[in-house]
Design a protein around this ligand. Structure first.
Ligand code: HEC
Ligand SMILES: [Cu+2]
Length: 404
């Protein structure tokens, strides 16, 4: 029976492989697939178009090599196949013309590829003209963007002007990440303790939003470390930057006493603005936050009751320990850089590192149970299913969504 057994095993594995393939092609829940595809074949930037025009000749040369080599192979197999009347074929050793040909032809091809590649590399390494500088800090598993020009810090949504050189200073707060927005440029690593630079120049007149993703495995939820790049005409970019530089509005109805909420955990978390939080700080803050959240006594809530949902959310932002990890400019005590800056979170199109569209439903889902959305994430160490009650989630959502 071993023969029969082998055959049925083989057809079974074939069925399994085909089924796995079909499942993998299926409709996995990936909200990002509705966006512009993450592709190098459509270019929205000078660098990506340079890389694409290097790819094209190399691709066609490779196709030529493939067709010639496989064609000769198939032709020889058929033409020189052994017939029943054939005896032992002529025994050869070496053929100088053929050996010269298959040494020199590839050498010429490799030389051509090298020249084209060096030309493209020189173009990618060109000196920037009047660049905008943005510092990009990779965190497990989200992106921080700092604009020294406008004194602005934001997260997961990089805004840059079109038709202008942009220099990205790439840093990491923890492990190695890689910045990859293929429609704009190739990828470059973010390495702890070292600053890499990436020059990009988006092209076009209209606003475009392109996707990006971390392209270096960086731990548990690397697969959900996405971002978006919003390319805008310079004037629109300028007004965006000015708007981001403004402090967050304090909701109407916040009682006078709440204007200076208790700085829960913020003392531990207070990191120098502009510096990335280190892993140790994250741990320290997490501990502090958990402690602060646990023993935040009722007395820390202000005397007067806040009148609106936003105002309640404003207050909960301190009393629930959010200030231990998040900065909001204009919110007393909210200066920590462990998590994304939330000063204008309501104006972002996505939350949770490009993963969820920024809707009240998704914000609610995130605050109810961060671990359900994104396993292993740092916020999930402090905020778990049940940490926040439904009415608290509603208030926090209203407050955060009001921060345009
Ligand atoms: C232990 C630190 C910590 C605490 C406490 C914390 N967060 Fe977070 N938060 C994070 C981190 C880290 C992220 C990024 C998660 C990711 O995408 O991997 C995040 C993400 C977010 C985001 C999404 C931001 C964006 O643009 O993607 C929101 C909104 C948010 N937190 C709100 C809150 C609120 C409200 C609280 C209080 C109830 C809170 N957080 C408490 C660390 C924390
Ligand atoms: Cu990463």
């Amino acid at each position: 029976m071993p023969f029969l057994y082998k055959r049925s095993f083989r057809s079974l594995s074939l069925v399994v492989i085909v089924a796995l393939f079909l499942v993998s092609c299926g409709t996995g829940e990936n909200p990002l697939s509705i966006d512009t595809p993450l592709t190098t074949f459509a270019t929205d930037g000078y660098e990506s178009s340079q890389i694409y025009s290097l790819f094209q000749p190399i691709f066609w040369m490779a196709i030529g090599v493939f067709v010639i080599v496989e064609g000769l192979l198939i032709w020889s197999v058929i033409r020189f196949r052994r017939r029943p009347t054939d005896g032992i074929p002529v025994q050869l050793h070496g053929n100088l013309p053929i050996e010269l040909a298959w040494t020199i032809a590839p050498a010429i091809l490799v030389l051509v590829i090298a020249v084209l590649t060096f030309r493209t590399q020189a173009e990618l390494d060109r000196a920037p003209q009047n660049p905008l500088t943005v510092t990009v800090i990779g965190h497990q598993w989200w992106w921080e963007f700092q604009y020294p020009e406008g004194n602005v810090i934001t997260a997961n949504e990089l805004h840059i002007p079109a038709n202008r050189d942009v220099v990205l200073n790439l840093r990491s707060a923890d492990v190695i990440h890689s910045f990859w927005a293929p429609r704009l440029s190739g990828k470059t690593d973010l390495i702890p303790g070292h600053e890499n630079k990436l020059l990009i120049r988006p092209l076009g007149e209209q606003q475009v939003i392109v996707r990006g993703h971390c392209a270096e495995f960086c731990g548990g939820t690397h697969a959900m470390m996405a971002f978006h790049v919003v390319v805008q005409p310079q004037a629109e970019f300028d007004s965006w930057l000015a708007q981001q530089a403004a402090a967050a509005a304090t909701p109407a109805g916040v009682a006078q006493a709440a204007a200076s909420p208790p700085a829960t955990g913020a003392t531990v978390a207070a990191t120098v603005t502009g510096e990335a939080a280190t892993g140790d700080e994250v741990a320290a803050t997490t501990a502090a936050t958990v402690a602060a959240t646990a023993n935040a006594p009722e007395t820390t809530t202000p005397v007067a009751e806040p009148t609106s949902l936003e105002a309640q959310g404003y207050q909960l932002f301190a009393s629930k320990g959010c200030v231990g990890c998040h900065a909001i400019t204009g919110y007393p005590g909210a200066v920590s850089r462990v998590g994304p800056d939330l000063t204008h979170v309501g104006g972002r199109q996505h939350i949770v590192a490009g993963w969820l569209e920024n809707t009240p439903e998704n914000m609610t889902r995130w605050l109810r149970d961060p671990n359900e959305v994104k396993p292993d994430n740092v916020m999930g160490t402090a905020i778990k299913l049940g940490t926040l009650q439904d009415n608290e989630i509603a208030a926090l959502t209203a407050y955060l969504e009001s921060l345009k």
